[in-house]
Design a protein around this ligand. Structure first.
Ligand SMILES: [Zn+2]
Length: 86
């Protein structure tokens, strides 16, 4: 009998996520630094009324007229990729 030992030397480096400097969490419809997906009708209405609408990720926010200026919200992006729709 050979004493065969399975030596696992694979070590996975621990990911150290780089946290962005803490920003205040506001969940009252404030703008944040992301563009979210939402229903086109809702977005159009929000542009007119300035009302907050609910995004695909569940966040209530006021869409900006210049969504290109912000990165797309990761949760919205994932849910949209997964086939979610509002
Ligand atoms: Zn979102």
């Amino acid at each position: 009998m050979s004493t065969l030992k399975c030596v696992e030397t694979t070590t996975i480096p621990v990911e150290t996520p780089v946290e962005a400097p803490s920003r205040p969490v506001t969940d009252d419809g404030d703008h944040d630094r992301f563009a979210h997906y939402a229903r086109r009708d809702d977005v159009a209405r929000a542009y007119v009324t300035g009302e907050a609408i609910v995004a695909l990720c569940g966040k209530k926010w006021v869409p900006t007229r210049d969504p290109e200026a912000y990165p797309i919200c990761v949760t919205c992006k994932e849910r949209r990729a997964a086939g979610w729709s509002i």
